[in-house]
Design a protein around this ligand. Structure first.
Ligand SMILES: [Zn+2]
Length: 293
């Protein structure tokens, strides 16, 4: 992708390093939660302490005000100065800028105003409005925060663990999470989580698959409309989408495949819907809920 001319987004925060923890509820990830759901109580207590320490260190609430020193400017986003400062963060921040341009235009065409997501960088674990989450769950989106959460160590994992190299593999990951943000703005995620709470586990999993495949398609729509793709990018994206399909991950992890437990779609489906977005550049083509899947 050609992104070098883009300024990093202003909608970025660096939340630093948290303690250990499990997956939170209601968050929309890139990966199936193979590690299981649920939050540990110890984790909640720990994150409370970590948060206190964090606020003390960063000067939030004037806790380190002592002796007429530098005043923390009101209205300054917590940690904003530090975000987008590493090479990996800068890359993600430029992707976010591009998504703001593209989705801003799509929404404008529909007579609506696009409200950007915030990208939250963290290391190891993080407290979101969806609960505490470990970096082990992979990148995710929390609807209540309107936030993408990313530990950029995942970029290395993409390469080393999933064999998905290249900048567009990483950009696809961010584009997928922004896809969940679009679903949040459209009210789709709220409808799905309501339906999930009413239906059976298998029905809930199926709805989750439809939501995830739509996010893959939206990632493709963004990439196509950005006009920033270079030769080889689409193959990089397809390799990544293939690597994180439910069937592929289950085969590698447990040696067998259980379709009823799928939450994100098979490798073939993820590639298909990413491709559909890439081909069309049209979000209307991403209606997984009315497609025969
Ligand atoms: Zn997802």
């Amino acid at each position: 992708m050609r992104l070098d001319d883009l300024d990093p987004t202003d909608n970025a925060r660096d939340l630093g390093s948290g303690g250990g923890g499990g997956g939170g509820f209601g968050l929309l990830g890139l990966l199936p939660m193979l590690l299981g759901r649920g939050m540990g109580c110890g984790g909640i207590a720990l994150i409370g302490i970590v948060a206190l320490v964090y606020f003390a260190i960063s000067g939030g609430g004037g806790m380190l005000g002592g002796g007429g020193g530098t005043q923390v400017q009101q209205g300054q986003t917590q940690g904003a100065a530090k975000a987008c400062d590493t090479q990996a963060e800068l890359f993600a921040c430029r992707v976010m800028t591009s998504t703001e341009q593209v989705w801003g235009q799509v929404f404008a065409e529909q007579g609506k105003r696009y409200q950007p997501a915030t990208i939250n960088f963290f290391q190891n674990s993080v407290q979101s409005a969806c609960g505490q989450a470990s970096a082990a769950v992979g990148p995710f989106y929390c609807p209540s925060d309107k936030g993408v959460f990313l530990d950029t160590a995942f970029f290395d994992e993409l390469d080393k663990r999933f064999g998905a190299k290249g900048d567009f593999a990483r950009a696809y990951v961010v584009g997928h999470e922004v896809g969940h943000h679009i679903q949040n703005l459209e009210g789709t995620s709220a409808k799905v989580s309501q339906a999930e709470s009413r239906g059976s586990r298998a029905e809930g999993n199926h709805l989750s698959v439809l939501l995830e495949l739509q996010a893959d398609c939206y990632a493709g729509v963004w990439a196509k409309r950005s006009g920033r793709l270079e030769p080889g990018d689409i193959e990089e994206g397809m390799t990544a989408a293939n690597a994180i399909g439910d069937d592929t991950l289950q085969r590698q992890g447990q040696g067998q495949v259980v379709p009823d437990s799928f939450t994100h779609g098979t490798s073939a489906q993820r590639k298909q819907w990413l491709q559909r977005g890439l081909d069309s550049g049209d979000p209307a083509q991403c209606d997984t809920f009315n497609a025969a899947i």
